[in-house]
Design a protein around this ligand. Structure first.
Ligand SMILES: [Zn+2]
Length: 431
């Protein structure tokens, strides 16, 4: 049976008053002086694809990123209740072959480093549809596997795949519940791509501290702030992502809970990712890579206000140039459509003020998105057959960090004279 995934999770949110007040305390250190550097306006929730072009009462929230001048953690200055975003979720780990292979490699690396013995516990936080734990189970069949994820629709998929999964947010309470259930702590805890989503970081890290067995490892993967700044990947800023992690603030947060980073890697994925291997502070001798990356962060200006000022300036220039490029296409009598509707397309469209007048439609291969509309922008999302039946002249690539692969897939479109508009970091037309 094909499970039903509900994309629209707005129930109960209509009319919710949301005002942008003074910045909340820093997620990492509690300082109250966060400095705004990227104001992306009032935007719709990036994964709430709508059934109508611009539904009345579509919830919008302020989207502003700032840095903490004390610990330099980059974070959202306005936080949306998690229940508005994560109780159902349309992004499946297993749906992307790239992600499936990535998680398979992580499972193999973790199995090789930790050698989970019989009945030793591995917990995956934000376990999604169980892809990572299922891969780990194939390598370490005698280990106990436990997923935890707030999205009931995903947990049902994981259970159907044989992975025990609890529907809950991870925090100190749910960590204790898992310890009671299994009668042991976890040798391995993983959090791939959920770590940027955590608004109550203290309770989350207290849960990790309680659940992690002596000698165990907590493995975090997160989009890396250094890459975000270099690539001008401002469109990965949306409400789900409350944190944009660099190593320095991550160690600051962990040390408050008696934990530290034992080893760190930058992963060569297109958007750039950080993987940290974390242990109990007293047991951990950080590998040379840890100090080296912290030094590199200081040298790259991750702890200098000017870096963030410059990011904001580049962002304004990008929006201006992209609007000019889009207007130029239409002014020359050509038609512009979009290709790919990832969540970040909502941020790009909102900040650059692109709607259905600028982008006729967006083709996306995911049937769950087709027939829906880009949140906030009201641009229709259609199937890829539209490229044949209603051929545009130029395609804006919203998943710009995969531009080489996408352009290779769309070689027939290019060969027939089609061009691509790659929006980030500097808008450019590719023939
Ligand atoms: Zn701070």
């Amino acid at each position: 049976m094909t499970p039903t995934i509900t994309l629209n999770r707005e129930a109960g949110l209509h009319g919710l008053a949301f005002t942008s007040a003074a910045p909340p305390p820093c997620l990492v250190c509690g300082d109250g002086g966060a400095q705004l550097f990227a104001d992306l306006g009032h935007t719709a929730l990036a994964n709430n694809l709508t059934a109508e072009p611009a539904p009345a009462g579509e919830p919008r929230y302020p989207l502003r990123a700032g840095y903490c001048p004390r610990c330099w953690h980059v974070q959202l200055l306005d936080r949306v209740p998690p229940a508005a975003m994560f109780t159902e979720y349309c992004y499946l780990s297993s749906a992307s072959s790239t992600l499936r292979e990535h998680l398979g490699r992580l499972a193999a690396t973790a199995a090789a480093r930790l050698h989970l013995g019989p009945d030793e516990l591995a917990v995956d936080i934000g376990a999604n549809d169980g892809t990572l734990l299922a891969a780990l189970g194939r390598l370490q069949p005698s280990a106990r596997l436990q997923g935890i994820d707030p999205a009931a629709n995903l947990a049902a998929l994981a259970r159907a795949a044989g992975v025990s999964t609890e529907v809950a947010y991870f925090n100190l309470d749910s960590a204790r519940m898992l310890m009671d259930r299994h009668g042991r702590r976890a040798r391995l805890i993983t959090a791939t791509n959920s770590f940027p989503h955590i608004p109550e970081l203290d309770s989350y890290l207290a849960g990790v501290a309680a659940l992690l067995a002596p000698g165990g490892r907590f493995v975090v993967e997160a989009h890396y702030l250094g890459d975000l700044l270099d690539q001008l990947a401002f469109d990965t800023i949306y409400h789900e992502h409350v944190s944009y992690w660099a190593l320095g603030p991550m160690r600051h947060a962990l040390r408050r809970h008696g934990r530290d980073v034992a080893d760190v890697e930058r992963l060569p994925v297109p958007h750039g990712q950080l993987r940290a291997w974390i242990g109990h502070a007293g047991e951990v001798t950080p590998a040379p890579a840890v100090a080296a990356l912290e030094q590199a962060e200081i040298a790259a200006g991750l702890r200098a206000p000017a870096t963030y000022t410059r990011f904001a300036e580049r962002l304004e220039t990008l929006a201006h140039q992209l609007r000019q490029a889009v207007a130029g296409v239409w002014a020359s009598g050509q038609r512009l459509a979009g290709y790919g509707a990832p969540a970040k397309a909502a941020t790009l469209a909102a900040y650059c003020k692109l709607g259905p007048r600028e982008i006729a439609w967006i083709a996306d291969r995911n049937p769950l998105k087709q027939g829906r509309y880009l949140p906030g922008a009201g641009i229709p999302i259609v199937g890829c057959e539209r490229l044949e039946t209603d051929r545009p002249d130029v395609l804006l690539l919203f998943a710009w960090n995969f531009a080489p692969e996408i352009m290779a897939q769309l070689e027939p479109f290019r060969r027939a004279g089609g061009r691509f508009l790659v929006p980030v970091p500097e808008p450019r037309l590719v023939a």
